[in-house]
Ligand binder design. Structure first.
Ligand code: HEM
Length: 566
């Protein structure tokens, strides 16, 4: 059956559109740009959807956020509540809190929109983090994409600040508690902390300007910055082209996938509705940030079990784990207990993320462009650092909920703190060592598969009674895919002694670099050479095929691995 192809301009729709499109093109001259970009090829892999989830949840945030601005009042003026939520009637509260109750109880669809907005924020940051991890673990940030990585770090930090500003707006007891912590962190800045705090809150905490200020940042300043950065992120993505997984036909110079129009546009457009539908379902079915339960903010009160939104949990956890160190020097108080975990923790996280591509490039000395992704196992040290980072973040996050965990599981909260104080140092180191071993183990397994074939599950008995498992060669394409990565470099021992045993005057920098390179490549299992493969093939060549394929009687292997009938 053959379908006849009709160029779009000859279809009835095409003929109708020709006039207006021609009119526009005469004025904007976009046809050339569109032609080029609509044909842009986008490779396919499920993990490339994570960035899209971030993108679409941001769109959901914009749409639902605009709805909320119609009724929300960013004012700290005191009012007496007289809305339809009976338990609060007659209570004094800020206009901000009263308007949030109003949206929740008196505006049709208001609570749904608030909950969609809040769930979308949680998803936005979760998706960004997952997207960042996929970029990290596949080495997609390597040259030429370092700038896009940095833009991503900007987006992640702005997203977190935006979320924090957002959940501070209702001015309820929980959000006020969060702001109090932020104030504590600002106060802990040496020397100028109290001035900064006065500047931000317009005087003593909480003052009466912080909510309008946060509102301006939340609906204008930060979204505009995020939008600008997303635009730059997408432009760079189109300019660099997307990376792809290695495989037959995929090289550093091409991209194999579907064109932007119509396939990818339809998929991405459809995916927007999936994300919107998902957040709408979450908003409809699962309660989030029930501000009427907490009550209006009062600086003298804190609810037991107060928890921030999930993405601030690690910062809270670091604060809870820090010993109570404080010193007074020349009349100035230095609150290390707040400054180190609060400001230091976040600064450490974002600085480590920001500098990593450059540190790695310095260590490996790799100046080439990379458009093919790397399997995490083939960069064991990078993967190990990533898992160590996740462990650190996860333990800090657990510490942020230590009171809830202690009460729910009947644990001693002080014992938990002690344990976590040790675990947050030892845990990442252990995670690093174990992950690197696992990666190297997997590399070894890959090498074995390429050289000795895969395990068929057929157990054979030799005449002298020994058992062994029959191996079958991997299909050629699989072999190609497994081995489509760089060879580990030969490591030179920089400048210790020359051939006469005399110390070579290498610079400290060179020695440090050599040591870092040795550390980076330590234990890496190289892929087999062409000769190795040829040699192994001679062995595997003796193999006469799968018995089932040869028509021999064969009924497989039992659950215990012993042949049932062979
Ligand atoms: C508002 C938040 C963000 C949005 C909307 C976003 C969106 C996207 C999209 C749609 C892609 C292409 C699909 C994909 O590879 O997943 C992409 C690629 C990329 N993103 Fe993001 N992203 C965001 C945040 C981040 C963060 C936090 C990082 C890292 C710190 C990052 C680094 C990158 C890099 C390096 C690429 C190129 C990857 C490649 O070509 O394989 N992005 N981003």
């Amino acid at each position: 059956m053959s379908a006849t192809y009709t160029p779009i301009e000859n279809t009835p729709g095409g003929k109708k559109a020709a006039g207006p499109v021609g009119w526009l093109d005469d004025r904007l001259g976009l046809a050339g740009v569109a032609k080029k970009n609509l044909r842009k090829v986008f490779p396919e892999h499920w993990s490339f959807m994570l960035g899209e989830i971030a993108l679409w949840s941001f769109v959901v945030l914009l749409v639902s956020g605009v709805f909320l601005t119609f009724w929300y009042q960013p004012s700290m003026a005191e009012v007496v509540y007289d809305g339809s939520y009976a338990p609060m009637r007659g209570l004094e509260m800020s206009e901000a809190y009263a308007s949030t109750l109003h949206i929740s109880f008196d505006i049709r669809g208001g609570l749904l929109m608030r909950q969609i907005h809040h769930w979308a924020a949680a998803l936005f940051i979760g998706a960004m983090l997952a997207h960042m991890l996929r970029v990290f673990f596949t080495g997609a940030y390597r040259k030429p994409r370092e700038l896009n990585w940095l833009i991503g770090i900007g987006l992640l930090s702005l997203g977190i600040i935006e979320g924090f500003a957002g959940y501070s707006l209702p001015d309820d007891l929980l959000s006020g508690t969060g702001l109090r912590i932020a104030e504590g962190m600002i106060l802990s800045v040496p020397v100028v902390g109290s001035y900064l705090s006065f500047f931000m809150f317009g005087g003593e905490f909480p003052g009466d300007v912080i909510i309008p200020r946060l509102y301006m940042a939340h609906i204008l300043l930060i979204p505009a910055l995020i939008l600008g950065l997303i635009a730059a992120h997408m432009l760079l993505l189109v300019y660099h082209k997307h990376t792809q997984w290695p495989g037959p036909g995929r090289t550093e110079k091409n991209v194999v996938g579907y064109p932007m129009f119509p396939v990818y546009a339809a998929k991405a457009g459809g995916f927007f509705f999936v994300v919107f539908g998902f957040t709408a379902l979450m908003g409809a079915l699962f309660q989030i940030n029930a501000v009427w339960v907490y009550g209006p903010y009062n600086p003298a009160e804190v609810t037991a079990g107060s928890q921030p939104d999930w993405y601030m949990g690690f910062a809270e956890g670091l604060l809870r784990l820090m010993p109570n160190w404080e010193s007074t020097i020349l009349g100035w108080t230095f609150s290390w207990n707040v400054m180190i975990p609060g400001l230091g923790g976040m600064a450490f996280l974002f600085t480590a993320l920001g500098v990593w591509p450059f540190v790695e490039r310095w260590i490996t000395g790799d100046e080439r462009e990379h458009h093919l992704l790397e399997r995490p196992r083939n960069a064991p040290t990078r993967t190990a650092f990533g898992v160590a980072g996740i462990t650190w973040f996860g333990l800090a996050w657990i510490a942020g909920g230590n009171d809830i965990i202690a009460t729910q599981f009947g644990l001693d909260v002080y014992a938990m703190i002690r344990f976590l104080q040790v675990a947050i140092i030892v845990g990442p180191i252990l995670a690093f060592v174990i992950t690197r071993r696992i990666c190297i183990g997997l590399q070894r397994q890959d090498r074995d598969k390429v050289l000795h074939g895969y395990e068929t599950g057929i157990i054979e008995r030799t005449p002298d009674g020994g058992y062994s498992e029959r191996h079958q060669p991997l299909p050629e394409l699989d072999r190609y895919t497994i081995t489509a990565h760089d060879r580990a470099p030969a490591l030179e021992a920089a400048g210790e002694t020359d051939e006469n045993g005399v110390a070579v005057p290498a610079s400290r920098r060179a020695r440090l670099k050599a040591r870092a390179r040795r550390f980076y490549w330590e234990g890496v299992v190289d892929k087999p050479t062409a000769e190795d493969v040829e040699h192994a093939d001679e062995h595997l060549g003796e193999f006469d095929g799968h018995p089932a394929a040869l028509g021999q009687e064969f009924r497989g292997v039992s659950e215990t691995g012993v042949p049932k009938s062979h």
